[in-house]
Ligand binder design. Structure first.
Ligand SMILES: C[S@@+](CC[C@H](N)C(=O)[O-])C[C@H]1O[C@@H](n2cnc3c(N)ncnc32)[C@H](O)[C@@H]1O
Length: 264
């Protein structure tokens, strides 16, 4: 799959409510029908027990499929050469990516965060919450409470599809403000990923299969991400690519180039 890059928008428009098919502006009728706005248990405040079950199941699924190894390799590549990298993990869920990062990097410091305070509390009480190079915090990925450039890297894995399109635009704007680089990894938008649903059922039961099916239908295509980067209201440079076995990998940063002059 050829990598794609979005450069700086000529004049960044102000952020407004963005409506966009998840398959991108040119999504086919079939892709638009495949998309759903049904809500996953993870995003339902009235389904706390199921949310916990899904996160436990997802953790088993990620371990079995080697996902944490892929995510930590991609994240550490982004901070290569930085002596004491500061990483903000957004939408951390179970918190296992942080464990992989501190085990593989001797000096990395990580803020493990999630929008759900119960999720952050569980990580804080667990072993990774007591690690000397880890702290935990409630952070909304679409409105990051941190100074400009506070982090070398902000990373969001398997969570992009939980955000509505205007949330994705806000993430691109906020993630590239608070961190030098924003790394996003989620499933590649294709119905073929439904082939993983039996494994989701085995690792997390019906609740995990329910959320897994909705997730696959809510994944963003690379074209949608590029369209949202152009409309996010900040000069964001975005690069997307496919990674095995079925990930969309996006890295974004603020574009340092001066705006191009309009012709004429
Ligand atoms: C499917 S889990 C992913 C967990 C973990 N990152 C992984 O790769 O296995 C999605 C997580 O994103 C969190 N989330 C949803 N919306 C969010 C937002 N606006 N800001 C931060 N986290 C969010 C949810 O609470 C949930 O813990």
């Amino acid at each position: 799959m050829t990598p794609r890059t979005t450069g700086r928008a000529e004049q960044a428009p102000p952020a407004t409510t963005v409506h966009l098919p998840r398959g991108g502006p040119d999504a086919s009728w079939w892709d638009r029908r495949f998309e759903t706005d049904r809500v996953e248990y993870i995003d339902r405040p009235d389904a706390e027990a199921r949310c916990r079950r899904v996160l436990r199941g997802l953790h088993r699924f990620q371990r079995l499929t080697g996902a944490y190894r892929v995510f930590s390799r991609l994240a550490l590549a982004e901070v290569e050469g930085v002596p004491e990298p500061r990483v903000l993990e957004l939408g951390a869920g179970y918190g296992s990516l942080a464990r992989h990062l501190v085990d593989r990097h001797p000096t990395v410091r990580i803020t493990v965060s999630d929008v759900n305070p119960a999720v952050v509390d569980a990580v804080r009480r667990g072993p990774i919450g007591h690690h000397p190079r880890v702290d935990c915090s409630v952070v909304d990925a679409t409105a990051i409470d941190a100074d400009d450039g506070a982090y070398d890297l902000a990373v969001l894995t398997t969570s992009l599809h939980h955000l509505a399109p205007d949330g994705v635009a806000a993430l691109l704007r906020e993630g590239t403000r608070a961190a030098r680089t924003l790394l996003v990894v989620d499933g590649w938008r294709t119905p073929l990923l439904l082939g993983a649903v039996p494994l989701m059922f085995l690792t997390g039961g019906p609740a995990q299969a329910h959320d897994g099916i909705l997730s696959v239908r809510k994944m963003y295509g690379a074209a949608a991400l590029h369209a949202l980067a152009e409309r996010c209201g900040a000069p964001v440079r975005l690069r997307t690519r496919f990674a095995l076995p079925g990930y969309l990998v996006a890295s974004a940063a603020r574009d340092p180039r001066p705006p191009r002059r309009a012709a004429g």
